[in-house]
Design a protein around this ligand. Structure first.
Ligand code: AMP
Length: 283
């Protein structure tokens, strides 16, 4: 089994030893229920860092009161088995390590957190930024790896690191899809067969957006309308947003005259899913 640390002391001692050996430390923060998307981040870390820490923590503060914190999949033993020979250390802190009694400090997330996920999930990015900053100060990694699956989250982390002069390099890794196009996610386990079929409409909408642009469409409103129709036809239970935005600021755009990021979020059954794709105008 891969070494497992659940306390701050065990973590600091294992990471300290690696650093004294002169090893570069890579951190891959996750909420567990690992899939090939997570493993791609770990692979990227292994290529650059001789000592790879995977954190597994279902962070309560990034879930809203009516969200799926209680039913979020948890399978630490399975995860550790998967990480055997892939990671050097699993850090799975107990809740009181991350949130000791009397805890009350948090990170006010950057502007890029305001729209989209920030609007639909009030407090979400405050929880994310806070827990990631805590993981950075606990592990003190040289490099930390985040997936483009959570595109806005990656931008939030990048801005936080710049704004707060954090001594860590952030590496963004490509979104990994299942063969049917669905973005891999731990939440996909919550989908039954029919929901999974309907969940495909998120990626289908994104691919349709690129096809529309390929055939000459430049108007964002029209592309968004087409995407929305595809998801409504599935149907999904509720669309939270469909947007085509500037890849850095995440501000909405009107014209597809350069590479832009298409973002979607929708509920399928009681599961909330997100996906995104970089849209390129023809050269
Ligand atoms: P999570 O466990 O969902 O919090 O995700 C942990 C990390 O894995 C985050 O940086 C995610 O963006 C990344 N991740 C999750 N799913 C995927 C995927 N399908 N492709 C690439 N990265 C992913």
């Amino acid at each position: 089994m891969v070494e497992l640390a659940t306390s701050e002391q065990a973590l600091r001692s294992a990471v300290g030893q690696a650093k004294r050996r002169g090893q570069r430390v890579g951190l891959v923060p996750t909420m567990g229920a690992l899939h090939a998307g997570h493993l791609s981040l770990i692979e990227a870390a292994r290529e650059q860092c001789p000592f790879v820490v995977v954190s597994i923590f279902v962070n309560p503060t990034q879930f809203g009161p009516h969200e799926d914190f209680d039913r979020y999949p948890r399978q630490l033993e399975d995860d550790c088995r998967q990480l055997e020979s892939l990671a050097n250390l699993v850090f799975a802190p107990t809740a009181d390590v991350m949130y000791p009694p009397g805890f009350s400090t948090s990170v006010d997330p950057p502007c890029v957190a305001t729209r989209w996920e920030g609007e639909c999930r009030p407090g979400h990015f405050r929880g994310v930024a806070t827990v990631v900053l805590k993981l950075f100060s606990l592990v003190a990694p040289h490099i930390a790896y985040f997936g483009e699956k959570d595109y806005q989250q990656l931008q939030v982390i990048r801005h936080m690191v710049t704004d707060l002069n954090l001594p860590v390099e952030i590496v963004g890794c490509p979104l990994i899809r299942d063969p049917d196009g669905i973005a891999m996610s731990s939440r996909n386990r919550q989908l039954d067969e029919d929901q999974r079929r309907r969940a495909r409409s998120l990626s289908q909408a994104l691919f349709a957006a690129q096809r529309a642009v390929d055939s000459g469409e430049r108007n964002v409103a029209k592309v968004v309308q087409r995407m929305t129709e595809i998801m409504q036809a599935a149907p999904v239970e509720r669309i939270d947003y469909v947007a085509v935005v500037d890849p850095e600021t995440l501000e909405p755009c009107e014209e597809i005259d350069r590479p832009l990021q298409a973002l979607v979020a929708a509920h399928v059954g009681t599961t909330r899913l997100i996906d995104n794709l970089r849209i390129h105008p023809p050269v």
